[in-house]
Write a new protein. Sequence first.
Length: 174
Amino acid sequence: MRHRKAGKKLNRPASHRDAMFRNMAKAMIVHESIRTTEVRAKELRRVVEKLVTLAQKNDVPARRQAYKVLGNHTLVKRLFDEIGPRFAGVPGGYTRVVKLGQPRTGDCAPMAIIEFTRTAAGVEAPVKEEAPKAPAKEAAPEKAEEAPKKAPAKKAAPKKAAAKKEETVESTEE
């Protein structure tokens, strides 16, 4: 009987599962959202929410426990300095799993996006500069000049093929 057994095995040994969720947790902290299968997203939610809860404590033992999972000091620093304070005073529900409509091509697995519920202030709206757009317009006419050069070469090939067809037609008529 499987009573009180939490978590899915995902057809992997325990060491592979642990490594997979550690890597996914690292990617989650770096990118703040991941596209994966629904089952993996739901299992990853358990790992990431525990890390954010540790980040809210913001003491040395909590940092050491987070380092056990992440294995990277810069990721631990980002977790405790940026992500943890963002959820200060929130008792849980740091992540959301959004089910995608289209399944994965190949095996038709249901896909989902897991992301933090509160995003960083500057992550969603990057600032665009107008200065790089002017050189891009100058580069466009150069590309237009290159395109006609390539077009005659393509036209020449079908003419040769058409000429060969005419020769075969003439040889069959004789």
